[in-house]
Design a protein around this ligand. Sequence first.
Ligand code: PLP
Length: 386
Amino acid sequence: MKAAHYSNERKAIMIYVDNAATTKLDSAAFAAMKPFLLDDYANPSQPYSFSRNTKQALKDAREKIAKCINALPEEIIFTSGGTESDNWAIKGMCSYEKSPIITSQIEHNAILRSCDQMEQMGYPVVYLPANEDGTVLPKTLENFIGNKARLVSIMLANNEIGTIQPIEEFAEIAHSHGAYFHTDAVQAVGHISIDVKALNVDMLSASAHKFNGARGAGFLYVKKGTPLKSYMNGGSQEFGQRAGTENVAAIVAMATALENNCKRLEENSLHLNRITDIFLKTLKVSFHRNGNPSNSLPGLISLSFPNTTGEALLHILDLKGIVISTGSACDSANQKVSHVIEAVNIPVEFAKGTIRVSFGKDNTEEEAKTVAQTINSIIEKQRNTL
Ligand code: PLP
């Protein structure tokens, strides 16, 4: 038999601290999705009685998700994940006038590459800078918005450095200039409290696998009355706004996982803050902590070390059974300093040595200590061989 690439023995001793890349499926979510893979496999759009359960499951999932973010059920549109939700929010707001789009320099590539495409089609796009802790200042938006912009899209929390943005202020500025406001909340949903009414956003992207749901499902919150054009054309699923047979099992898992995480938001963030403190106290080598620790996603830590590279650290840690990331999951194949680290002006001697440690609710204090001690010994060894 062919050997498994990553054996079960190796998984048993692995310390997984890359939860911003993806998370382990919640066991209750797995139990909830299973019947829809094996027994209740009916297409929810069919009129016969076999489809009753799948139809009801979609309805229940939509209601549960809506409740978690204070939306109406009909404002939740299921998608295949964060990338699709982001692409849709940007491209679905296109206008005949080719009105400007405003975003930030530190967005995920799902937003940046969508904006590139809009630029190629003749839409002016403004990329707002962030300050050194990764915050986009509302006055910067005020300075650039003008009266022609149709869409402003700024992420709720950054996937590489964790900084949380002042979304209510951006939404207010956008609305007062006649623009709609979208936020990429992929890293935030299921981890911090989200109330779309209080945030006053018109659209919000989320992805199930970032909050212990299954990969391949997500949603876009679209406030009633937002003139978003459909992006996937075909059948009349999802209120005629997003064609394609729904991934019922993954949607059911997403709703269960989100409900479970939302019930334990406070407990989970206290735990994540505690293990973050232990991790940082155990780290004895010098480092620069990126982002804004006082306003950041719980458990997401971006660190830059001098005289090393993020890639070297990632691979040595990997050999020792510890899974971290150099930046965002999608950029780790790319050896360049990430666009976020570049945008927040980390000194060059530190920038190349950047790693992201993202703890999840199941990580333990012991694991946090082991990760820090292992980083200490790798960096000390590297220093002694310089
Ligand atoms: N937006 C942000 C901020 C992300 O961190 C990610 C994934 O890393 C995405 C969008 C893309 O989400 P998905 O992997 O569900 O397509």
